[in-house]
Design a protein around this ligand. Structure first.
Ligand code: G6Q
Length: 548
């Protein structure tokens, strides 16, 4: 693709931004009664209001022209039909096949992948049902009560998020997630568990990830310290991986391995066997509903016109703020306590996918790509970082998400939650003028200098953009649609920026250096010299490190 910033669409957007920048959202609403109807849409279970964005009809026309100039429709087709869209690894990114629901084939190099996908889904169903029902017994003959998923990154964040969002505690099993190589993570988790009733799911696409294998070995040692006989491992350790040989080398029975494939990226893998802890927690029927919700979003993304396409619109709005307003971060604010891990998962999806500084063909990018994704559940954030959203100097576009109905109704709680959820985007959009503050302070009995002193502190500029996503209830189908929405939004942006959304070479250098430093910490000589800071720190640590 030619340089994005030299396209006609880009130049037109730049010019248009100058015209839009001075306009206040309050005025855009005042002069346009149809704004909410025009700038909102329903896709499956999700309702999106994007009218509180600093856009006009012309903005959308120009953003859609940019999408067409970037060949977005063609790229969407390439994604779904299994082209090797991950060029640096020569892989397809066919996570959509994992949630493909009808009986049509999904071809990869001419072969239908669906029989394999269904085979593993069946295996997950049989296994999760037997563990949940108590039919699967541990080595003492007792049923399993606790499941520990050991994995990291894509093999942890997605399943952990879904399990916490969908109230796993209601099921017959308690789920635990261990990811950090900090021994505290595993030790504190195991402290409360009985090896005879614990099942470990070792989740690693490559089955070579240092943290996961070390945690898995320590877990096996802990288990064998009580179980004694290594043959008992078979009833307590299962694996999820693409690498059978490595699984066998670790000592897990390949009959207890759940397979997935190299065309499933780590951060897009919760829909595959990496979702096994989800099935164990909430049952396979609800895991199926999660897939169905994601599939509905896939269908919407693939077939809706760009102008009525939710991931496309959200992706383009992100481009608008990142590239034309200089926004560097994006807040995701779910008003649902169960979604407290949602941001961490989406953060990985977005930041690993978009954190690239070269185009698909290896040229330096000519504009900013990606943004820092952050946030957390409302209303907690309102008492913490919302100050920066309302009166800080950076422009921070935000997504507000909420269920209309609570899954855990309690008195007035949900109405209070919803009132806050509705108030924050309104406040960000509207702000408060000096005139409004003055009237308010006068009413409160303040006069003269006191009013003037407080005035600048009490004003809100407003004009701060946000999207609002509403859904009836946070059930499995809705959550599936929400996750797929952000996956596709991320893909849309990668197409516009002409970057590969499916590789992550940026995580490699640190891993390489850590390998050398590990041997140096164990007293081996350095293979290559370090800078003065790293050598100094290494010496400082070595002198104080208790001997193992
Ligand atoms: C995700 C990344 C990364 C990966 C982990 C775990 O897209 O590739 O987060 O999921 O590094 O890798 P394994 O599953 O191979 O252990």
């Amino acid at each position: 693709m030619s340089d994005l910033t030299r396209t006609t669409a880009w130049a037109a957007l730049q010019q248009h931004q100058h015209a839009i920048a001075p306009l206040h959202l309050r005025d855009l609403f005042a002069r346009d009664p149809g704004r909410f109807e025009r700038f909102s849409l329903q896709a499956g279970p999700l309702f999106l209001d994007y009218s509180k964005n600093r856009i006009t009809d012309e903005t959308l026309t120009l953003l859609l022209a940019l999408a067409r100039e970037s060949q977005l429709p063609e790229w969407i087709e390439r994604l779904f039909r299994g082209d090797r869209v991950n060029g640096t690894e020569r892989r397809a990114a066919l996570h959509t096949a994992l949630r493909h629901r009808d009986h049509s084939p999904v071809l990869l190099d001419g072969t239908d992948v669906m029989p394999d996908v269904r085979r593993v889904l069946d295996q997950m169903r049989r296994f999760s049902e037997s563990v949940r029902s108590g039919e699967w017994r541990g080595y003492t003959g007792q049923p399993i009560t606790d499941v520990v998923n050991i994995g990291i990154g894509g093999s942890d964040l997605g399943p952990a998020m879904v399990v916490s969002a969908l109230d796993a505690d209601c099921g017959p099993l308690r789920l635990h997630f261990v990811s950090n190589v900090d021994g505290a993570d595993l030790s504190l988790t195991l402290r409360r568990l009985n090896p005879a009733q614990t099942l470990f799911v070792i989740a690693s696409k490559t089955f070579t990830t240092q943290e996961t294998l070390l945690n898995a070995r320590s877990a096996r040692d802990w288990f064998l310290a009580q179980a004694g006989n290594p043959s008992h491992v078979a009833r307590h350790f299962v694996a999820v991986s693409t690498h059978r040989d490595e699984v066998v080398r670790f000592g897990i029975d390949p009959a207890h391995m759940f397979e997935f494939w190299d065309w499933v990226g780590g951060r897009y893998s919760l829909w595959s066997a990496i979702g096994l802890p989800i099935a164990l927690a909430i049952g396979m029927d609800r895991f199926d509903a999660l897939l169905t919700g994601a599939n509905e979003m896939d269908e919407h993304f693939r077939h809706s016109p760009l102008a009525r396409n939710m991931p496309v619109l959200l992706g383009l709005l992100g481009v608008w703020y990142t590239n034309f307003f200089g926004a560097q971060t994006h807040a995701i604010l779910p008003y649902d306590q169960g979604m407290h891990r949602f941001v961490s998962h989406i953060q990985q999806v977005v930041m690993e996918s978009s954190g690239k500084n070269v185009t698909r063909d290896g040229r330096p990018v000519s504009c900013a790509t990606g943004s820092v994704v952050w946030g957390g559940p409302g209303t907690n954030g309102q008492h913490a970082y919302f100050q920066l959203l309302h009166q800080g100097t950076p422009l921070i576009p935000a997504d507000f998400l909420a269920p209309i109905e609570s899954r855990t109704p309690l008195g007035e709680h949900h109405r209070v939650l919803l009132s806050n959820f509705l108030a924050q985007p309104e406040a960000l959009m509207r702000g408060k003028t000096a005139q409004e503050v003055r009237v308010e302070l006068e009413r409160a009995g303040l006069k003269g200098d006191d009013i003037e002193r407080l005035l600048p502190h009490r004003c809100f500029s407003g004009n701060r953009p946000s999207n609002t996503l509403l859904f009836q209830k946070l059930d499995a189908r809705t959550l599936g649609a929400l996750i797929a929405l952000y996956e596709h939004k991320t893909f849309v942006q990668s197409v516009v920026w002409d970057i590969n959304a499916f590789d992550q070479w940026g995580v490699e250098l640190g891993k390489q250096l850590a390998r050398d430093l590990l041997s140096e910490l164990s007293g081996m000589p350095a293979r290559a010299p370090h800078d003065a800071s790293t050598s100094g720190l290494l010496d400082h640590v070595r002198k104080r490190l208790p001997s193992a």
